[in-house]
Design a protein around this ligand. Structure first.
Ligand SMILES: C[S@@+](CC[C@H](N)C(=O)[O-])C[C@H]1O[C@@H](n2cnc3c(N)ncnc32)[C@H](O)[C@@H]1O
Length: 487
């Protein structure tokens, strides 16, 4: 993602001719030549090659997908594909069975010890690649706050998190400074900063067309602002991970130096435990006498992935979060009545999961049991766009639960809930909200799940032998289906 602030402010770069030598900004090429020395021709060559395509499977949605593909060495759920399929026509991606993520972007997680319960904040989260990865690795009793400032991008983040289907997550659309009620709360804060995006040049034409001479400088101002807030949110001995997808020193090495200097005594270097055989270049920046900060760089001629920069810091601030601060917030969640619990019980076996069912306003949520106070505070203090799994609402007339799509995507649905299996063609019709020309067997009426390869696609309802499709209108596949046989 390129630096958001600069999009309308900066003049478009002087771009010329073909990809590596001509279409890339001359000053960028000159800088890279100086930086890479004899490796520069290989770097240039790599920019003319197609970017690798990699996907990461969702561990809570079991499938046989990609089992024969080559594994990404640094993530046990991830695979390289031989070619780029038209993902939009694969029902399994809409079901949240996997996420398409560039492989270098998965490396940051190797610096995190997931063996204990963690409170993690992903401060710059959309579209959600790193947040979905974190959810897959975190224990069930951990919590992720996933935040995206820009409204439109927050919608995309929400869609991806809903499809990923985890309950131990709160998504917000706030400025970093709004998180002050959670100062010193987090074990890990990830700042995947908006940047000049040079590392994405071959993958993403937008990054190239938005690049400009002074973009690194403008982005670096925003990066410092975000880090100034992020450091307050980390608890004593917690981890702050900073990453960009650019090569510019202003946004990388210089930010690291600035951070150590400004927060002397509060910041120690941490390692990401990345292996050189993966093609990551580990370097050290001398930040103070006897203190060297590890930095990790990815170049596309060295790694099977795109350009990336990652550094991790251990924060020593002697700040400890007092949980009673959360209790001060007024209670906005209410318990469900017996009848409501019974209704929800038709969809969820709540005894099987570490969740609490609560109502906020008229909606019923399945919330992570240990974090009810946090959710409550989030509803009050933050612009909360997602909390746990939204279950649905009780129909005021007949008192029955009207379930929502989030529930179908979550891992909470009862295993014995009625369903109809759809083949690929039918599944795509479902995802386009088109007629299926098929009736479920043994489901005389009421709610059921549409499934593809055993994975939930969404809800349907059989009303007097008429099928209603409850797939969310805003996520419908807009593209015309290709004219192929998709059996
Ligand atoms: C590099 S992208 C994040 C990519 C994401 N982490 C992922 O892996 O899918 C940076 C994001 O930060 C957002 N952003 C911009 N300014 C921000 C700010 N001040 N605070 C938080 N997020 C911001 C941008 O809109 C953008 O979505």
């Amino acid at each position: 993602m390129s630096c958001w602030k600069t999009e309308n402010l900066l003049a478009k770069s002087q771009l010329t001719g073909n990809m590596s030598e001509f279409s890339l900004p001359k000053s960028f090429l000159k800088r890279m030549e100086k930086k890479l020395g004899e490796e520069y021709p290989q770097f240039l060559e790599s920019l003319d090659q197609e970017a690798s395509v990699s996907v990461r499977k969702n561990p809570i949605k079991k499938s046989n997908l990609f089992n024969h593909e080559e594994a990404v060495p640094w993530n046990s759920d991830a695979y390289y594909l031989k070619e780029r399929p038209e993902f939009v026509f694969d029902p399994m991606i809409h079901a949240g069975s996997y996420y398409v993520q560039e492989a270098s972007s998965m490396l940051f997680a190797n610096g995190i010890d997931f063996s204990t319960d963690l409170r993690i904040l992903d401060l710059c989260a959309s579209p959600g690649g790193k947040s979905t990865l974190l959810l897959s690795k975190m224990s069930d009793n951990s919590i992720l706050f996933s935040n995206e400032l820009v409204n439109k991008r927050a919608d995309i983040l929400k869609e991806n998190l809903v499809k990923w289907g985890y309950t131990n997550v709160v998504a917000t659309s706030n400025r970093a400074e709004d998180f002050s009620p959670l100062n010193a709360y987090f074990d890990v804060v990830l700042v995947d900063a908006p940047c000049s995006g040079e590392g994405m040049f071959r993958k993403n034409n937008k990054a190239l067309s938005e690049w400009a001479e002074n973009k690194a400088f403008v982005c670096s101002i925003g990066q410092k602002d975000i880090l100034d807030e992020a450091i307050k949110l980390v608890k004593h001995n917690g981890l702050l991970i900073y990453s960009t997808c650019t090569y510019s020193e202003e946004e990388n090495e210089q930010i690291v130096e600035w951070f150590h200097k400004k927060y002397q005594g509060m910041v120690l270097p941490a390692s990401l435990n990345l292996k050189s055989e993966w093609g990551v270049r580990k370097e050290f920046v001398s930040v103070r006498k006897n203190i060297e900060q590890e930095i990790n760089k990815c170049y596309p001629h060295k790694i099977r992935g795109e350009g990336m920069f990652i550094a991790a810091f251990r924060i020593q601030n002697n700040l400890h979060f007092e949980h009673k601060r959360l209790k001060k917030f007024q209670s906005v969640l209410s318990r469900l009545s017996k009848d409501e619990l019974y209704e929800v019980g038709n969809f969820i076996d709540s005894t099987k999961h570490e969740i609490e069912l609560r109502k906020y306003q008229d909606s019923i949520y399945a919330l992570p049991k240990p974090y009810l106070n946090e959710v409550e505070m989030s509803f009050i203090k933050f612009n909360t766009i997602l909390a746990g799994s939204l279950v649905g609402k009780i129909n005021k007339k007949n008192k029955e639960l009207i379930p929502v799509h989030n529930l179908a995507m979550s891992g909470l649905m009862r295993a014995d809930f009625p369903f109809m299996e759809l083949d690929k063609r039918e599944a795509l019709h479902y995802l386009k909200k088109q007629d299926l020309n098929k009736m479920p067997e043994n489901i005389p009426g009421g709610w059921f799940l549409a499934k593809h390869q055993g994975t939930n696609l969404g809800f349907m309802k059989n009303v007097k032998n008429r099928l209603n499709n409850f797939y969310p209108r805003e996520w419908v596949i807009r593209k015309n289906l290709p004219n192929w046989d998709v059996a």
